[in-house]
Structures are given as C-alpha cells and as structure tokens.
Design a protein around this ligand. Structure first.
Ligand SMILES: *Cc1c(COP(=O)(O)O)cnc(C)c1O
Length: 355
C-alpha cells in the first residue's frame, strides 16, 4: 500500500466542455503521479503533483538506449456517475512483463493500480461525458541515470499522466484500409514484440509513413523471420472471421498480448463461437479470400476498441472485405465491450473496477 502525498494545483485549468472535439493525446489534466526508484532503496516517494515538465540529465539513459516501458488504459464515466476502469489488473501484470524484459524493476501490481485509482480520483471531473469519450491513462517508466555506459540504470522514474480523449473515429466505426508490410518488420521472436516499449514504435514509424503515403491508415506486420505469417496491426491485434469461425494469430513472443484481444476471445467463446489462436500465413488468407470465405476482419485495442478493416493490400493484391460497412460481429463486439466499459450493460465477467 503506497502512502501517496498529494499536492494540488492552486489554479486548475479550464476543462473541456461537452461537445468539444478532444482528439487523442494532446490535452493533459492538472495533475500527474510520480514515484522514484533507486537501487538498494526500491520504489519511494509516491506523489501526485501538478502536471509539469520533468528535469533530467541530458545523459539520462532513457534518451540514449531507450530503457523505457509504457501502458495504455482508460477511465470511463458511467451514466450513474461512477468512474470505471477496465481490467486494470491485466495492465498491471503486463507492465511487469515489460519491466522484466527491459531490466526495469517491477512495480507491485497493487501499487500500480492504487497509483492509477488515486490519480483518477483526483481528476475525476476530467473524465469526459460525451458518448464514446474517455480519460486515457498513460503510465510509463524511464531510466534516469546520467551515465552513457550500456547497462541497466540504477534509478528510474514511474510517471502516470491522463488525457481526456474523444470518440476514436469522428465517423463512427468506419472500416479502415490496411497495408500489409512485406519489407520492414516490427519485432522478432526473442526480441521485445510482446512488451509495450518505445523502441517497438520507433521501429514501426517508417512503414507507417510508407502506408500513409500510399493511402492506407494502418500497417499489418508479418513475422520478422519469413515475412509470411500475420502478426498484428500498429497498436492493435487482428481477428479474421472465416467460414463462421474466428481466427487470430497465436501469441508467439513477437505479438503484444492485448487486453482487448483477450476480452474479444472470452466474449466470442461465451457466445458459442469457435475461436482459434494459430499461425496464419498471408497466402492462406488470400486463398480464403479468393474462395469467398473471409466474412469480417477487425483490429482490437484500447483506443479504438474494435476497428473494422474494409481493405487490405499485399504486394499487388487488394482484398476488399464486405460492402464498406461494419460487419455484424464487429458491431456486436463493439456494442458489448463499450457497454461494459461505460457501465451501460451488465458486466458478467467482473471486468470493470470502480475508481
Ligand atoms: C497496446 C497495443 C495493442 C493493444 O493492446 P490493448 O491492451 O488491447 O490496448 C496491440 N498491439 C500493440 C503493438 C500495442 O502496443
């Protein structure tokens, strides 16, 4: 149990008003959570302070060798006035999987959740209330030793910042176009693909730019060795509904185990759908497509929840999925998941936690 010191701002900022376009990730709340770590001492000095710039040595190891991890989750405002988190214990556990891979000291799961709950409680009025809006939560840890040697840092800073965010897509659940990248790769088995760390994103930018220039909004990554098997999309896992079954790439060490992915699998199984986690090659997908068996494709992630895919490009092949509208399974998953998250539907799995 952390003993969190709370230092409040004297003049709070103006909060966004109902109807304001919030976008994603550029508005921050009045406060943030900080906690330091030093070798031999452990985590210490947990505190909630006014949102402000950090002061670090230009030699801080995070700047040079990327020893960093982050998480992404949301707080939702329910119609009866509660603030809800969605499966925060999954994020706390995954944070420590990332920490372990990056030689960052672990944060006890209950401390991770307590830090987030106390910060969100302080900022409860910042949770937007318009349909589809939420308070995005970004916990992260950086290596702070001012030292240019390559070794794990002996000091760290754990930070949590909050950002009110708008409905993911202004146009509702409009299907997106996906570029299957056949040259660059994001991660390999044995690498860091299963962790949330900045380096994975740095490695992905070049293909993202390439896809955007070609008119596609997201990149679908293939495995890093043979560039043959489907892995995941930018910041989303991917699902295919083929001949009435749901198929998603098995977690193999280079894929990020999404909380939304896990929730979709559990929901679909509870609906009696067969869900297969397996290795899927692009060739197999193209065959299924040509045989008319591909019924729906969608990405899953905290930001968009469910993002239907309307078009896929692989080399010279373009696959058009469905009729340009959202498929029935994608829609049902979106409605059910968001209903549970916003507290408007029953929560049979006990997934939400009141702040
Ligand atoms: C965060 C993330 C996801 C989605 O995970 P959720 O827990 O569902 O938000 C998928 N892929 C990558 C690379 C990610 O960073």
């Amino acid at each position: 149990m952390l003993n969190i010191d709370i230092q409040k701002v004297s003049t709070p900022k103006a909060k966004p008003q109902p109807g304001d376009k919030l976008g994603f990730g550029h508005i921050f709340t009045d406060h943030m959570f900080l906690m330091n770590y030093a070798e031999g001492k452990g985590w210490f000095d947990p505190r909630i302070v006014p949102f402000q710039n950090l002061s670090l040595s230009p030699a801080a190891m995070v700047f040079h060798y990327g020893q960093e991890m982050f998480e992404g989750m949301k707080a939702y405002h329910s119609p009866d006035g509660r603030a809800l988190l969605f499966r925060p214990e999954m994020n706390a556990r995954r944070a420590n999987v990332s920490n372990q891979r990056l030689c960052i000291p672990e944060v006890p799961e209950e401390d991770f959740i307590q830090a987030i709950r106390e910060l969100v409680r302080v900022e409860k009025d910042w949770i937007p209330k318009d349909p589809g809006t939420s308070l995005y939560i970004r916990p992260f840890i950086i290596a702070t030793d001012g030292f240019l040697g390559v070794a794990p840092s002996k000091t760290y800073l754990f930070v949590v910042i909050l950002s009110p965010s708008g409905a993911y897509s202004e146009s509702g659940m409009a299907p997106v176009g996906i570029w299957i990248e056949d040259d660059y790769v994001r991660a390999v088995r044995g690498g860091m693909g299963y962790t949330k760390t900045g380096g994975n994103y740095a490695a992905s930018l070049i293909a993202q730019v390439k896809a955007h220039d070609a008119g596609y909004s997201q990149v679908l990554w293939l495995d890093g060795v043979e560039r043959k098997y489907i892995e995941e999309v930018g910041a989303m896992n991917i699902f295919f509904k083929i001949s009435g079954h749901l198929v998603t790439p098995a977690l193999n060490g280079s894929i990020l185990p999404g909380v939304t992915r896990d929730s979709v699998i559990k929901l679909c199984e509870s609906w009696g759908l067969d869900v297969y986690e397996k290795r899927i090659s692009v060739d197999e997908l193209i065959d299924d497509y040509n045989m008319g068996r591909v019924e729906e494709i969608f990405g899953t992630g905290t930001a968009a929840v469910i993002s239907p895919v309307g078009k896929l490009r692989y080399k010279d092949d373009i696959m058009v999925i469905g009729d340009g509208t959202t498929g029935p399974l994608s829609q049902r998953l979106y409605d059910t998941l968001t209903g549970i998250q916003w507290g408007t539907l029953p929560d049979p799995f006990g997934w939400t936690m009141e702040v």
